[in-house]
Design a protein around this ligand. Structure first.
Ligand SMILES: Cc1cc2nc3c(=O)[nH]c(=O)nc-3n(C[C@H](O)[C@H](O)[C@H](O)COP(=O)(O)O)c2cc1C
Length: 166
């Protein structure tokens, strides 16, 4: 699928089939993440891939808006060193994961990390040293039911596009 078509069809997926995501695919997702744009090419990111059901359930228990992590087949926690642009860099890497997952036919959903009260607990659970900041958690798995009516409404192009001036 061409990238623009893919971007038009990508959506957050929060319910998953009982089907494992392969280690090769998970590696590809992190490979895509590490290629993201990054301010001054600092590349402050570190990625923790989670496949153990127990850990996914523990993450779900911490993330009040990410309870579906307990049903996910895998997750990727995006951490960044404490750099000036850590949040922008970590978000760029996270978006790459979402887009790469869609390319591979894997459903995904971004679960908030930065600013959440569970950042320290998530880092502790995953054995991440204290100097790293949690940017996001990405839930992964093959979509259970593709219901087009579940799609999040998007603001139309003509509403958001301003030529030359606002
Ligand atoms: C920074 C950020 C944090 C998000 N956190 C959550 C979250 O905690 N739980 C969740 O279910 N979705 C979360 N999302 C996903 C959004 O809800 C979703 O992208 C939005 O509703 C648009 O839907 P779409 O991804 O299907 O286009 C987050 C997305 C972003 C960019």
């Amino acid at each position: 699928m061409k990238i623009l078509e893919l971007l038009k069809s990508r959506k957050s997926v929060r319910a998953y089939q009982d089907k494992t995501v392969s280690k090769e695919d998970l590696e590809q997702l992190v490979d895509a993440a590490r290629l993201a744009a990054t301010a001054r090419n600092v590349q402050p990111w570190e990625f923790v891939v989670i496949t153990e059901a127990k850990t996914l359930k523990e993450l779900a228990a911490l993330a009040e808006n990410g309870r579906f992590l307990s049903e996910a087949k895998a997750g990727i926690a995006v951490f960044c060193g404490d750099t000036k642009y850590y949040l922008e860099d970590g978000c760029a890497a996270t978006e790459n994961i979402l887009v790469a997952a869609a390319t591979l036919g894997i459903g995904s959903c971004w679960v908030a990390g930065d600013k959440k009260p569970y950042v320290t607990e998530v880092a502790g659970l995953l054995g991440v040293p204290a100097q790293y900041k949690l940017v996001s958690l990405v839930a992964l798995g093959y979509e259970k039911d593709d219901n087009p009516s579940d799609r999040a409404p998007k603001r139309p192009l003509k509403e958001v596009l301003h030529w030359e001036k606002f």
